[in-house]
Ligand binder design. Sequence first.
Ligand code: ZN
Length: 397
Amino acid sequence: MAGLVIRGATIVDARGERSGDVRIRDGRIVEFGDIREVGDEPVLAANGRYVTPGLIDCHVHLCYEGGPSPQVMAKKTDAQLAIEAAAHARATLLAGVTTARDCGGRGFVETLVRDAIRGGLIEGPRLFTSGHPIVKKGGHMSYYARQTEGPADCATAAKEQIAMGVDWLKVVATGGITSPNVDPKVAELTEEMIRAVVEEGRRAGKPVAAHAHGGDGIRNALAAGVRSLEHGTFLDEAMIGMLLRDRVYLVPTLVATRAMIDAGTAKGVPEFAVRKASEIDPIRRRAFAECVKRGVRIAMGTDAGTPFNMHGENPRELELMVEAGMTPAQALEASTVTAAKMLGIDADVGLVAPGHAADVLVLARNPLDDPAAYRSDLAAVVRSGRLVLGPTDGWSQ
Ligand SMILES: [Zn+2]
């Protein structure tokens, strides 16, 4: 595989800012500093621009289209979902997200997309998948999820996902916003049911992510031993203490409610979803701010694919995290090293450093001055050493 030299950049990652050249070979960063000798590899003259690690989005749904209601999925065939998920994966990568975790799809379509990306058949981020969400019978997302009754059935459901090659397991601990007739405050899977999934996952080396808004559901998920808590709307002081004690990651997905509120019923978002999102939005932002203050491990995630939360707009989450209480440096950390740690790949991705995978972005503005730079000033995306977005002339010096 050909290499690449990025010249004259300011590197911005969780270790801070520094200037230098970056040499990439065989998909990895091999050298950083003052690089004089350039062979036949192409040179990207980044002079005056900023190089950051590719972003990691820990919560996407490649099978969701971003329309007014994800329930439209029920009317689609798996083949249709596969084509759409492949397009969504590409849009995600071109937005600067070089790694993503899918938190629930149908027919293992997202897992097949992961394999097609790995095989070089299609373009997309490094993907981690979780198959069908495991839910209570008739609960949130039951229109496509694996519905379960009781702990034994939950264990079977976990085995089914593992057999299909998923990387994570996803459980739904409370109601949610986008399904009618469920309440985000109400617990759905019981602690015993979640524990059955966690234990099955542990036997196979698959961690568990739990969707949870209400306090009872959050407590059930944490007591059962999940690794990541998705949304975490009604987190209180005691629950934050549990997160810290058990080293559980919070994936806030702030942009999901904001996108639904902004679009509103005018754009066709169901009235029940707009109502629940409006109620939840200020509460979750307060809980998020408290988690930032207390030092909870926070990994960036968007819930991309939910209503008007479009694949390819993922970096908007960093803007909202800063608006809700993080510094831009903390938002960068949540979107790179912390997310990588949660996924167990921090030795490999999340920093612009020799030995790490060459997943980097070039930005025309410093994201530490304004995280909106990820959306407005993205000049290049390098994934595994390949320029997938950027100038064809290498920004001739
Ligand atoms: Zn989700």
